[in-house]
Design a protein. Structure first.
Length: 233
């Protein structure tokens, strides 16, 4: 069993009560944002509130968080790592949330940072949680090898169209992390979303770790069809 109970029951909420959240609840969200732990502290990012986004793909929530980031190596993984902390926070607070991968916005960031992705949130109009048996995920032997309890936390993480475009190799107390190479058709967009997905899974691993650090090893194991992203030590 995992230590974080929310990971074992959270789900992406796509139906929302249209009513706005009260000021006290929104203030809790703002306070939580100030506590976020980045994967890469040197990468600048910002988070803005919005009432609407374009191309939300059928999701009509009363509130959205818009995540912006400077573009450099690791930026998208950092955004996934940060945003999943909020996703789990919402679920713990009795609120629904969902990553909106194809969202668009005209709201500019004051620092000039590019828009990365959005998270919808609000009061759920469908069951907030699910049972363990209701998770639709690939078995561990399809996304990982080796034995580490934290791999199950990564397996349960949300990902774009539930594709789980990641792979993990656990050995000697380490977890080597990989993301699937995007195909030529989807290209850059798929690559960015795959990096965000991996950052989401990394937060699940971090939340189950007594001590978490992601490093780059010089000679990590190779995984055909995947790109090495770092090693959890």
């Amino acid at each position: 069993m995992l230590n974080n109970e929310i990971i074992q029951k959270r789900k992406s909420i796509r139906k929302y009560d249209p009513s706005k959240l009260d000021d006290a609840t929104l203030e809790k969200v703002r306070a939580e944002i100030t506590k976020l732990r980045p994967l890469y502290p040197e990468i600048a990012y910002s988070i803005k509130f919005a009432d609407d986004v374009r191309r939300a793909l059928g999701i009509n929530a009363p509130h959205y968080l818009l995540l912006y980031s400077e573009q450099k190596d690791g930026a998208n993984m950092n955004i996934g790592f940060l945003g999943q902390q909020l996703d789990l926070f919402f679920s713990e607070q009795g609120l629904g949330a969902c990553w909106v991968g194809m969202a668009k916005t005209e709201l500019a960031d004051e620092q000039g940072l590019p828009f990365a992705i959005a998270i919808a949130f609000g009061k759920p109009a469908e069951p907030l949680h699910r049972t363990y048996a209701e998770f639709k995920r690939k078995p561990l032997d399809e996304i990982s090898e080796g034995d580490d309890r934290r791999l199950e936390a990564a397996r349960l993480a949300p990902s774009g169209i539930n594709a789980q475009r990641w792979y993990f190799i656990a050995t000697d107390g380490k977890i080597h992390c990989y993301r699937k190479k995007p195909n030529a058709v989807l290209g850059r967009v798929a690559g960015a979303l795959g990096e965000i997905d991996l950052g989401i899974a990394l937060w699940h691993i971090a939340s189950e770790s007594a001590d978490f650090k992601l490093v780059t090893e010089e000679n990590p194991p190779e995984r055909k069809g995947f790109i090495y992203a770092g090693t959890v030590v």
